[in-house]
Design a protein around this ligand. Structure first.
Ligand SMILES: Nc1ncnc2c1ncn2[C@@H]1O[C@H](COP(=O)(O)OP(=O)(O)OP(=O)(O)O)[C@@H](O)[C@H]1O
Length: 254
């Protein structure tokens, strides 16, 4: 079973090739971290996969009707702008909009579960626009979670969260995967990606240069070539431990 399949996906922006021949499939049980330098193409890949921007090639999600897609995949975008000062609980409940039984007991339960999972109980009556950046990010993750889709896609979901909230969201995503859903999230924190993701996809100049378990992707060669860094890696009780040491150029690795 596949929750997302991309076949030879290419995308051009402003006459420049931003994605080049992307092939991948994501199955239930996977927590996939999409990693790569700024400008590597991570946001473009997520948006093109969902059919939000035009692309060549084939995406299993982009081909669906809007309603079908809303039940197949939830998306937390990178832009965190919340337009209206609606209460947090109403904004999270918007995740249920594609479900036919909106406002039913099961819908309310899904919203409540998402509010609890992101520890938003104390903020539920606040206007979402009045929250801090990190609090707004948690609200938008909760809205995506409330959608209760087999696949959750998130663009830098832990950016701007405090360390405890980052770990808690990564554990939440790993838990969704363990329950048989799948998560595809772009991430810049390679340490958290190494520890919590089941699989990493490394993008470089719009191409997939590595795809596999964290230990196979976060090699010294890939880190130097794609990120320009050196790092120390070891295996700890909670999985792989990863610490950035220096830029590769200052070690003479470039
Ligand atoms: N609408 C656009 N018009 C022109 N160029 C674009 C557009 N959108 C993206 N790009 C370019 O495409 C490349 C990939 O951008 P993208 O946002 O996908 O990168 P990213 O890997 O998500 O980066 P970051 O880690 O900084 O968020 C960048 O060089 C960017 O400047």
């Amino acid at each position: 079973m596949t929750l997302l399949m991309l076949s030879d996906m290419c995308c051009t922006q402003d006459g420049r090739q931003v994605l080049d021949g992307i092939n991948l499939s994501i199955a239930p049980g996977e927590f996939v971290g999409l990693i790569g330098r700024n400008g590597a193409g991570k946001t473009t890949l997520l948006r093109a996969s969902l059919g939000l921007i035009p692309a060549q090639g084939w995406s299993s999600l982009a081909d669906m009707s809007v309603r079908e897609r809303a039940r197949a995949a939830a998306f937390m975008p990178q832009g965190r702008e919340i337009a209206w000062p609606m209460p947090v609980e109403s904004l999270v409940a918007l995740g249920r909009i594609a479900h036919p039984d909106a406002a039913s007991a099961s819908d309310r339960a899904a919203t409540e579960q998402a509010i609890a999972a992101l520890e938003l109980q104390g903020l539920r009556h606040r206007a979402a626009t009045s929250l801090s950046g990190g609090e707004q990010a948690r609200v938008l993750i909760a809205r995506a979670l409330a959608q209760d889709t087999p696949l959750l896609m998130a663009d830098e979901p832990i950016a701007g969260l405090d360390p405890a909230a980052q770990i808690s969201v990564m554990r939440l995503f790993a838990g969704l995967a363990a329950q048989g859903k799948a998560v595809l999230a772009s991430l810049h924190d390679l340490g958290l990606a190494a520890r919590h993701c089941t699989r990493l996809i490394l993008l470089d100049h719009g191409r997939i240069v590595a795809d596999g378990p964290p230990a196979k992707v976060l090699t010294a060669g890939h880190l130097a070539q794609s990120f320009g860094i050196t790092a120390q890696m070891s295996v700890g009780p909670e999985g792989m431990l990863f610490q950035v040491i220096d830029t590769a150029s200052s070690q003479g690795a470039n």
